[in-house]
Every structure is written in C-alpha cells, then in structure tokens.
Design a protein around this ligand. Structure first.
Ligand code: HEC
Length: 165
C-alpha cells in the first residue's frame, strides 16, 4: 500500500527524481512480488508437524469432522432460533466428545496443542450451558465466533504426520 502511495507522490516531483524513482521501482517490484509468493509457501511450511500413529491421526480427523458438523448444526439452530438444537449440538462437541479418544493420545500431543484442543471442547460446553440457560441466539453466535478463533489458530499452527513417509 505504502509503495503505491509513494509512486503517486513521486510522479509529482521533478523529472530527474522521477527517473530515479522509477528505476528503483523497476528493481523493487519483482523483489517485492517474489517475496510475496515466497511468503505464501513459508506459511504452509511453518505449520509444526505432530507425529502420530495412523489410528491417532484418524481419531483427530474424526474429532475435527465432528466439530465441523456440529458447527453447522449450531449455525442452523441460531438461524432458526432453535436454542435447544444449539445446546444439544454444542454439548456433543464438548468434553463428552473426548471420551472415545485412544489411550495415550493426549500424551502424544504437544501440550500447547492439547490445551487448545481441550479449551475448544470446554468452550462448546460453555456455549451449550449458556444456550440452555439464556436462550439468546446473538450471545450464542458471539460465543461460536470466539470458539472459531481456535479452529483458525490451531489450523495455521499445526499439521499431522504419521510415522511412514
Ligand atoms: C487444537 C488444534 C485444533 C483445533 C482447536 C481445531 N482443529 Fe481442526 N484440525 C487440526 C489439525 C491438526 C488437523 C489436521 C491437519 C492435517 O491433517 O495435517 C485438523 C483438521 C480439520 C478438518 C479436516 C478433517 C479431515 O478429516 O481431514 C476439519 C474439517 C477441521 N479440522 C475442523 C475444525 C473446526 C470446525 C474446528 C473448530 C470448531 C477445529 N477444526 C479446531 C487441529 C485443530
């Protein structure tokens, strides 16, 4: 943005300044463009790998697909002002959902990952409880938005890997 602002300003300056600026711009632009696309690649590769067995990985994926389908139910519940549906779907995505996890899964997960994972389940329990007691769809939507910060943050931080390559 600032680069383009600079171009406009410099076009109004005397000719020799303008020529100097344009030649700098010709050098800088490809560098800027290259830096920009590298940045996208870097972002993908910066996700920390978590090594799991195939079973553990498929359990996390299952937990995730449950998150997504329950988010869908919650959004529909909010849209139809069906707070009972919101409460039930949020409860299913709460701590109750962790009970079928394979033994030792929590131990294999990096503590920061596991904390974010459990905090997300707990936040769904809070959403369920509040949807039940307050019956306020605007409040439920706000809480869902906060929960979804966790989805976004965790997805941009971690990826899963199995032992085999
Ligand atoms: C604690 C970290 C964490 C949180 C929180 C989290 N996810 Fe995930 N999610 C992951 C990881 C890790 C993967 C797998 C990425 C990979 O396979 O490399 C994943 C994958 C997924 C997938 C793909 C599943 C598949 O079968 O391929 C979906 C869908 C998904 N997440 C939805 C959600 C939703 C919706 C939320 C929030 C309600 C959420 N996730 C919260 C870490 C998280």
């Amino acid at each position: 943005m600032s680069r383009y602002a600079a171009v406009t300003t410099h076009l109004e300056t005397p000719m020799h300044h303008r020529a100097l600026f344009l030649s700098l711009a010709l050098v800088a632009t490809p560098l800027y463009a290259a830096g920009h696309s590298l940045h996208v690649v870097d972002t993908l590769e910066q996700r920390s790998p978590i090594r799991l067995t195939a079973t553990q990985k498929s359990h996390i994926h299952l937990e995730m697909r449950m998150f997504l389908s329950n988010v869908q139910l919650i959004v529909n519940g909010i849209a139809n002002n069906d707070m009972k549906m919101v409460a039930v779907a949020a409860h299913e995505a709460g701590m109750a959902a962790t009970q079928d996890a394979p033994a030792k899964l929590s131990e294999k997960l990096p503590p920061a990952f596991n904390q974010m994972r459990l905090a997300t389940h707990k936040a769904f329990d809070d959403l369920s409880r509040d949807a039940d007691s307050l019956g306020d769809s605007a409040q439920a939507l706000k809480q869902l938005g906060q929960i979804m910060n966790n989805c976004v943050n965790c997805h941009s931080t971690y990826r899963l890997e199995t032992g085999r390559r």
